[in-house]
Design a protein around this ligand. Structure first.
Ligand code: ADP
Ligand code: MG
Length: 562
């Protein structure tokens, strides 16, 4: 036998395709919900257990399928949504590649139940991509697809899947995002028999409040823009509500959740100089445009889109965003902030702040004499070198706190028990993230106790934080932690990011007495990277005697020449 080349079996082909489309239980949920939306469902119920690895069941009240279609839908490249290549230029449905069901059917055990109006339904048992049993079934119009033992025949994949809450958090995010993309459709998510999401609102504002929380909607502006066939709407977050990553950004292009660099840039442009650099605004943006302005067929999971005219999008989106921000009026109901009504005081353990240790300034540091303070800068005279040191108090204490939090990783950082604990409220996704990483968060000096659905009782906080900042800090932590979904070996990076975030929101000390200034400087000099704050700004600037002399010479020159 001389031939090495042979055509792969269908089963192998589907498993290869599954590698592109189906990365995780979250992608199964996404594909199945999208199919339900394409079938015109008005109510979609998602049930999962074991983070989706054990069971995913999606029930919709959409159009349902005929017996022939039910058998055909698990065949690769079988789709009812397009029939010829030119259809690709005006895709109105979420799916069109006919890859999802064939892929899912090849890596999990599937049961499909479906019925059209006024017809008997059909139930199919599918294994390894083949129908192994079929029977008629009675059900109301719509479809239920159940996937059990996902990845059971792809051991390499299964090893990489996280277990427990981290996967559920991914599914929460998938369901929330799809529920935001279609506020007119009702969604329910039940995880391990507990109701995790049930939407009530039917408009995007209400839905954002339900799913993303008032942290998100608070202070945001409504965006409404119409021009010819272009229609944009949504919520633009206050420039003060910025985040360390883009997880607070929800972009829907013709109701499809997409990633698009040029559009993100256009939004940023719309914010102008209102935004801090390296931080990301939050927004919920729905763009409705003619189908031929975009190409969605560039990515197997259809996350990325190509814009046929980037300039048009840049101009219109940035204009719409800046107009929204220029409105005086903030969104109305969002101004109400949560009041901790459920606080119960009995049997809440508390610790009083431990006595602050007196720290002595080492003798050899005392040659740096404190000269006073100018705004945020502390001035010193180094008696050995003759230099004058300008210390940026904010950057210096940022560096100091950051390194302290990092070093104390092995144990727990300093923590201050609260006499009156208070509650914070998170979205379902955020609270799943906090639960998953609770230990790492508590190492920063927090003590959080889960309190029913998506609320936590804050019992202790790092001593340098203001109580009022805690809701924000924990929300932001939950956002950052989402970056680790599906990743491995992230402990180091996670610790660093949490420490950075905690230190960033430290109370600002505005007045330094001479001995406090000296203490700050000497502690800073013991840090590993004392010259810069954790985000790269210098902590100090030194002027030598020569420097100062030169300054005088130069101003003498300019005085003469003018
Ligand atoms: P695509 O969505 O790209 O067409 P899929 O593999 O996801 O490919 O689905 C194949 C076909 O199965 C769809 O085109 C549709 O006709 C049918 N289908 C899948 N899910 C449903 C559903 N929930 N209700 C009705 N029809 C469905
Ligand atoms: Mg599909």
């Amino acid at each position: 036998m001389n031939s090495k080349i042979h055509v792969l079996s269908d089963e192998t082909i589907n498993q290869i395709a599954a590698g592109e489309v189906i990365e995780s239980p979250g992608s199964v949920v996404k594909e199945l919900i999208e199919n339900s939306l394409d079938a015109g469902a008005k109510k979609i119920v998602v049930e999962i257990s074991g983070g989706g690895l054990k069971l995913i069941r999606i029930t919709d009240d959409g159009s349902g399928m005929s017996e022939e279609d039910a058998k055909a839908c698990i065949v690769r490249h079988a789709t009812s949504k397009i029939s010829k290549a030119t259809d690709l230029f005006h895709i109105a449905t979420k799916g069109f590649r006919g890859e999802a069901l064939s892929s899912i059917a090849s890596i999990g055990k599937m049961t499909l139940q479906t019925a059209m109006e006024n017809a008997t339904g059909i139930e199919l048992e599918i294994e390894k991509g083949k129908v192994i049993q079929q029977r008629p079934c009675a059900r109301i119009p719509g479809t239920t697809i159940e996937v059990r033992s996902l990845f059971y025949n792809v051991p390499a994949r299964k090893k990489f899947q996280k277990t427990g809450p981290a996967i559920s958090a991914e599914i929460f995010r998938v369901v929330s995002t799809l529920a935001l993309s279609h506020p007119d459709v009702q969604f329910e998510l039940i995880s391990n028999k507990r109701k995790a999401i049930k939407t009530l609102a039917k408009d995007f504002y209400g839905r954002a409040e339900e799913l993303l929380g008032k942290e998100f909607t608070g202070g945001s502006r409504i965006l409404e823009f119409k021009e010819g066939p272009l229609h944009f709407s949504g919520l633009i977050g206050s420039p003060l509500n910025h985040r360390p990553n883009r997880l607070g950004q929800f972009l829907f292009l013709n109701r499809r959740s997409v990633i698009s660099e040029p559009i993100y840039e256009a939004v940023r442009l719309g914010y102008g100089t209102r935004l801090e650099s390296r931080r990301h605004p939050v927004f919920l943006l729905y763009l409705e445009v003619p189908f031929d302005l975009i190409d969605v067929n560039v990515h197997p999971q259809k996350l990325e889109v190509r814009l046929r005219s980037e300039d048009l999008f840049r101009e219109k989106v940035s204009f719409a965003v800046s107009s929204a921000l220029n409105q005086k009026k903030e969104t109305s109901s969002s101004q109400v902030s949560f009041t901790p009504t459920e606080v119960q005081f009995e049997d809440v353990p508390f610790r009083l702040q431990e006595e602050v240790e007196e720290i002595e300034i080492p003798y050899e540091e005392s040659f740096r004499e404190s000269l006073g303070q100018v705004g945020n800068f502390l001035l010193f005279h180094d008696q050995k070198s003759g230099e004058v040191i300008f210390l940026d108090a904010k950057a210096a204490s940022f560096r100091l706190l950051f390194e302290n939090l990092r070093q104390k990783q092995k144990q727990k950082s300093e923590s201050q028990g609260l006499l009156v604990p208070f509650s914070i409220y998170l979205t379902t996704v955020e609270s799943a993230m906090v639960l998953t990483h609770l230990e790492a968060i508590e190492k920063m000096g927090f003590s959080l106790r889960p309190m029913g659905k998506d609320a936590f009782m804050v019992e202790a906080i790092p001593p340098f934080l203001e109580e009022s900042a805690v809701q924000h800090v924990i929300t932001e932590m939950a956002q950052v932690l989402q970056e680790f979904i599906g990743k491995r070996d992230y402990q180091e990076e996670r610790e660093e990011k949490l420490a950075l975030l905690t230190a960033r929101y430290a109370k600002r000390k505005t007045i330094y007495l001479p001995h406090e200034a000296q203490l700050l400087l000497s502690q800073l000099l013991q840090c590993d990277a004392f010259s810069h704050c954790p985000t790269g700004n210098p902590t100090m600037v030194k002027l030598t005697y020569e420097h100062i002399e030169n300054l005088f010479r130069e101003s003498q020159k300019t005085a003469k020449s003018s």
